[in-house]
Design a protein around this ligand. Structure first.
Ligand code: NAD
Ligand SMILES: O=C(O)C(=O)C[C@@H](O)[C@H](O)[C@H](O)COP(=O)(O)O
Ligand code: ZN
Length: 355
């Protein structure tokens, strides 16, 4: 097992990464204050992984709420079921929520923990690659609105992250690729050497070689933990973690939640961000081609959906959370391995890359 720490000024929490962690009581117990524990999971993950987590919590008052599976259910209505369960069982302020699943479950559970009785503890137990490298770390939680992704939410940090890499064995290949989009993102924004390493090891990652995956997860969490430690509430450098997301969120909303996976939309978004960076003279055409090769090599799309018109994409991008004083800001690439947040592009250049 490898353990990293997310340092947040006066607080910190561990990220445990390794094999056979799900049923290890020692990883959960230090972070459970009272005796009441609510495991939040979904109908796909529950039959696979609920039992070992229950075993780890043996002796505590454990209940579970099993939500329907899918991005389309990351809504206020479905989220409310978590409160129904907590209130039906008279859960108190010292209870702990456990998010067992991918990023959808993590975001919904974390937001419920932020709001229940004005804030209770929660532990992230991510079971997708995307959740292990990104969504379980850093405390962004929330829900979708028909008008935009993650538009309702809160920052609420978990007490611990327990990433059992064995769970990746049951993950569909399309979901593995989606997770690789966020892994590649870390290389693009801050670590050119990691990007080179990913280029050399893409075959091992796609075939789930355990050591190769473990290294990619560890390096991704290191970069994310470092950025979150710098800027927990996204007033500066944390926005770099949004590379490809202004385009990606517009795609996800535009085609209908769940039609394109988050990671697929981010992969395409990174390619669009690279193309715009080249229009500004920051990247060469060869670097844009390399970006496409990396994204395609991870089994991801490299452009917007053919049936989502550029004008509609622009409309959807205008509701991005990074918009400041009415001006769209994007994360673009100064070079491969260095990102910036900028509004220093003109509408024509943006329209050109979307065309
Ligand atoms: N909070 C953040 O910082 C952050 C970061 C990145 C993404 N996100 C959000 O995360 C979500 C995407 O997360 P995701 O890619 O994990 O998708 P997901 O949560 O929908 O999970 C993907 C699919 O895999 C299934 N699954 C989960 N674990 C499995 C396993 N071990 N074996 C088999 N199937 C399994 C799920 O049931 C689901 O069908 C999006 O809503 C995105 O906005 C949040
Ligand atoms: O942790 C962050 O900060 C991120 O931006 C990580 C992203 O991968 C993630 O998709 C996040 O949910 C996007 O946040 P949003 O603020 O653009 O909704
Ligand atoms: Zn993301």
């Amino acid at each position: 097992m490898r353990t990293l720490t997310v340092e947040l000024g006066t607080r910190s929490y561990p990220i445990h990464i390794g094999s056979s962690l799900l049923n290890d009581p020692d990883l959960y117990r230090p972070h459970v204050r009272g005796s009441q524990v609510m495991i939040v999971t979904n109908e796909t993950v529950a039959p696979l992984y609920l039992e070992p987590v229950r075993q780890a919590l043996d002796g505590l008052h454990v209940r579970e709420v099993i939500l329907p599976d899918g991005e389309v259910y990351k809504t206020l209505e479905v989220w409310n079921r978590i409160f129904d369960a907590l209130l039906a069982e008279r859960f108190a302020r010292d209870c702990t929520l456990i998010a067992l699943g991918g990023g959808v479950i993590g975001d919904m559970t974390g937001f419920a923990a932020a709001c229940y009785q004005r804030g209770v503890d929660f532990i992230q137990v991510p079971t997708t690659l995307l959740a292990q490298v990104d969504s379980s770390v850093g405390g962004k939680t929330g829900l979708n609105h028909p008008a935009g992704k993650n538009m309702i939410g809160a920052f609420h940090q978990p007490r611990a992250v327990i990433a059992d890499t064995d769970t990746l064995g049951t993950l569909p290949q399309r979901e593995l690729s989606a997770g690789l989009a966020e892994v590649l993102k870390y290389g693009f924004i801050r670590d050119a050497e990691f990007l080179d390493w990913l280029e050399c090891h893409m075959t091992g990652l796609m075939s789930r070689d355990p050591d190769t995956l473990a290294h990619a997860i560890q390096r991704s969490c290191e970069v994310k933990a470092q950025i979150v430690a710098e800027d927990e509430f996204e007033s500066g450098s944390r926005a770099l973690l949004n590379l490809g997301h202004t385009f990606g969120h517009a795609i996800e909303t535009g085609v209908g939640y769940g039609e394109w996976l988050h990671g697929e939309a981010v992969g395409a978004g990174i390619c669009l961000a690279a193309a715009l960076s080249a229009r500004l003279g920051w990247l060469t055409e060869a670097e844009v081609e390399r970006t496409h090769r990396l994204i395609a090599g991870a089994g991801l799309p490299t452009g917007r959906p053919a049936d989502l018109a550029p004008e509609r994409m622009l409309e959807l991008m205008a509701v991005d959370k990074k918009v400041l004083a009415g001006q769209l800001r994007l994360v673009l690439l100064k070079q491969l391995g260095e990102a910036v947040v900028t509004s220093d592009f003109d509408r024509d250049a943006l329209a050109h890359v979307l065309a």
